[in-house]
Design a protein around this ligand. Structure first.
Ligand code: CTP
Ligand code: CA
Length: 217
């Protein structure tokens, strides 16, 4: 089995020394890469800028990118050959409309940036998904969590969506632990306990392989 995994944030350049980004550390995505590799899968890990070391597992090939557009191109190059896709990256939704070629000087008292929408990697690839391929997405919501996550699952053609809880201390960005709820296309809802991201990754990989790979069931 070959799994394509996106992880980490994306950085969208503003000028030669600045970027727009987010607080994703890549820990959950990297833990998933390790867990898939340990289960015997080959992993292509398309990673945004993170402080984590490149995984040493021989089953993991890491492709480092910076922007959403680069992440899309790296993922799209692998997607058709992969048996499944897991979109754990926190992709920047927008990027600066203009990238200044020189450092922006602090000339005015205010500065307005124009932003343009980035490609939606999961949704764009989702429309190319073949029946024998699976796709798993992540969602982070602050209101109507289940309804929004369910809508994302359908809009992006996911088979499963992993909803990150923001209500629990110790879950989400930067933490070593996470608490999630998994939704499937049939409307089934699975709640998982707060646990180490490494352990949660093993649980999610087991769930994914049991559902989508007869060979691993
Ligand atoms: N995603 C992606 N490309 C993007 C934005 C999101 O591949 N440009 C993926 C994420 O990796 C995640 C899923 O889509 O698996 C949902 O991301 P999320 O940010 O929750 O959804 P958005 O569609 O961006 O909606 P919003 O941020 O408005 O909630
Ligand atoms: Ca988003």
């Amino acid at each position: 089995m070959h799994v394509l995994l996106t992880a980490g944030p994306t950085y969208e350049p503003l000028d030669p020394v600045r970027f727009l980004g987010n607080r994703s550390t890549g820990k959950m995505g990297y833990a998933l890469a390790e867990a898939f590799a340990e289960a015997g899968a080959d992993v292509t890990l398309v990673s945004g800028p993170v402080a984590l070391p490149t995984p040493l597992h021989p089953n993991i090939r890491t492709v480092r990118v910076e922007t959403a557009q680069q992440m899309y191109e790296a993922a799209a190059a692998v997607a058709p050959q992969a048996d499944g896709w897991v979109f754990a990256a926190a992709v920047a939704d927008y990027r600066p409309a203009h990238v200044a070629s020189e450092k922006i000087k602090k000339d005015g008292d205010t500065l307005t940036l124009e932003l343009v929408k980035n490609v939606d990697i999961a949704a764009t690839l989702g429309h190319t998904k073949r029946p024998e391929q699976f796709a798993v997405g992540f969602a982070l919501e602050t209101t109507n969590e289940l309804a929004h996550a369910q809508a994302k699952l359908h809009r992006k053609n996911f088979d499963l969506v992993v909803l990150n809880s923001l209500r629990d201390a110790g879950a989400g960005f930067g933490h070593d632990t996470n608490k999630v709820t998994v939704l499937d296309r049939a409307g089934q809802v699975l709640n998982f306990e707060l646990q180490a991201k490494t352990e949660l990754a093993r649980v999610l990989v087991r769930l994914i392989l049991t559902r989508f790979s007869a060979a691993y069931a």
